[in-house]
Design a protein around this ligand. Structure first.
Ligand code: G3P
Ligand code: CA
Length: 289
């Protein structure tokens, strides 16, 4: 995988030399410490994608959190990672005849009855799958910053518009928020592009590792290329930084999911802009070290 990324980087550098289009390589002068982003909330310590998980991130002192949004049968946006409710709730007990327990096959009222905490630990019994509205209230309360992933957008036509509308109502599309408190990301390039077209001021991220030759196309609508830590090299990161995103700044990378100190030090050495982790405290300590 590293060899492939390195080869792609070489291709990109040749393309850069040929086109002259990327930004100046002056970035090396200002090496910033990567941001630490609590993945699905502080999901090593509290059940993922619950209010308890963002509370835990806040309690540990972390203001950046990442969470996933999907949609119920009756059109409510909810914060949950999997396409089904099975792994992170007691849906099989409450609704034994409703296999495969897809999020989109349940109403918001049905989902509100589920326990989304007991699977993780008895202390979290009674946690719920939050609606995005409840969730935004909580991250606003904590003064947190958000990387919001639109999950499985192919299943939810129009989810980009609906999500942006809710974020707007919650005050999250105000200039101070879009400047440095919000990123909307997806594994679907079409979804990321849709967010950019609908609200060009919003910072966006594409989840994946496009080849370096593909980066110019992504840089038209994505400010970040958020690649798995397993798929990147220092060369890939510096090539990525040499391109400008739609807002005129160098492309950024928040890499995922880095859960140990050696991994954190490795990607920090690549000069990534952010590290998405289930263990924000471990990553923070590694960066301190
Ligand atoms: O933010 C990166 C990460 O969340 C992407 O993968 O499957 O955990 O949503 P996943
Ligand atoms: Ca995610």
């Amino acid at each position: 995988m590293y060899a492939r990324a390195a080869a792609a980087t070489t291709t990109a550098l040749l393309a850069i030399a040929a086109s002259g289009c990327p930004t100046a390589p002056a970035r090396a002068a200002e090496i910033a410490r990567p941001l630490v982003i609590a993945h699905r909330g502080a999901s090593a310590y509290a059940p993922e994608n619950t209010l308890a998980a963002v509370d835990k991130a806040a309690g540990l002192g972390f203001d950046w959190v990442e969470n996933d949004v999907q949609r119920t049968k009756d059109g409510t946006l909810v914060v949950i990672h999997d396409e089904t409710l099975k792994r992170t709730t007691d849906v099989e007990e409450l609704y034994p005849d409703r296999a495969p327990w897809r999020v989109r096959d349940f109403t918001a009222a049905e989902i509100a009855r589920l326990d989304a905490g007991s699977w993780f630990g008895a202390a979290y019994a009674g946690e719920h799958v939050p609606t995005l509205e409840q969730y935004m209230r909580r991250v606003s309360h904590h003064g947190q910053k958000l990387v919001l992933e639109i999950k499985n957008p192919r299943l939810y036509p129009g989810i980009e518009h609906q999500t942006l509308k809710l974020l707007d109502r919650a005050g999250w599309l105000a200039p101070d928020h879009v400047r440095d408190r919000l990123v909307v990301q997806s594994f679907s390039a079409a979804s990321v592009r849709a967010v950019h077209v609908l609200r060009p001021e919003v910072k966006t991220g594409f989840l994946g590792t496009p080849s370096a030759a593909e980066l110019p196309a992504y840089s038209e609508f994505a400010d970040q290329i958020n690649a798995s830590h397993r798929s990147i090299t220092g060369d890939y990161v510096s090539t990525l930084h040499s391109f400008q995103g739609p807002h005129g700044a160098p492309l950024e990378i928040f890499t995922w999911t880095v859960n140990d100190a050696p991994g954190a030090r490795r990607v920090a050495g690549f000069r990534v802009d952010g590290i998405i982790t289930n263990f924000p405290d471990v990553v923070e300590a590694a960066l301190d070290g």
